[in-house]
Design a protein. Structure first.
Ligand code: FES
Ligand code: FES
Length: 176
């Protein structure tokens, strides 16, 4: 058995240690907010946070996540009110939506590291692919979140509070 800490909750799961974290999340735990795109760490659709850092979970063995703090899109907020999610909604960022949970996770990690990023900071950090070409709206939404983002650090508060990840509503990305 492998024990993981996901969105503030400890979970035991019986999987092979080399299984990618993405498979554990989606197939093992039914947390489908994190998407499968390329499977080779190129597109970023599968981005989650490990100890606050953006990680491409399709290429991250679950054994490496033991003892780490994992946050998925379901854990970013309980009601889609994280400043990055609100900025995404305010600026109508998604088109098809498929890449957007990964984009939001990458953007929220960037804002934790750099609260007021420049365009250059954003371009360097946001390497996720969007086949719909929403890059300009993503950049605008990150600036918007930086300006309005009291509580950008809510992931940390969330983790310290501890929330049942299975009860979390992932409405923002559920249609992606
Ligand atoms: S599915 Fe993981 S980077 Fe594309
Ligand atoms: S919104 Fe369609 S792939 Fe990004």
């Amino acid at each position: 058995m492998i024990q993981l800490n996901i969105n503030g909750q400890d979970q035991l799961i019986d999987v092979e240690p080399e299984m990618p974290l993405l498979w554990v999340l989606r197939d093992g735990l039914g947390m489908t907010g994190t998407k499968f795109g390329c499977g080779i760490a190129q597109c970023g659709a599968c981005t989650v946070h490990i100890n606050g850092q953006p990680v491409r979970s399709c290429s991250y063995p679950v054994s490496a996540a033991v003892g780490q703090k994992i946050v998925t899109i379901e854990g970013l907020s309980t009601d889609s009110t994280h400043p990055v999610q609100e900025a995404w909604l305010n600026l109508d960022v998604p088109q098809c939506g498929y890449c957007q949970s990964g984009q939001i996770m990458a953007a929220s990690a960037l804002l934790e590291r750099i609260p007021k990023p420049t365009d250059k900071d954003i371009d360097e950090a946001m390497t996720n692919i969007c086949r719909c070409g929403t890059y300009q709206r993503i950049r605008a939404a990150i600036h918007h979140a930086a300006e309005t983002g009291k509580g950008i650090g809510s992931v940390i508060h969330y983790l310290s509070d501890g929330v049942d990840s299975k009860s979390v509503d992932s409405e923002l990305i559920s249609n992606a």
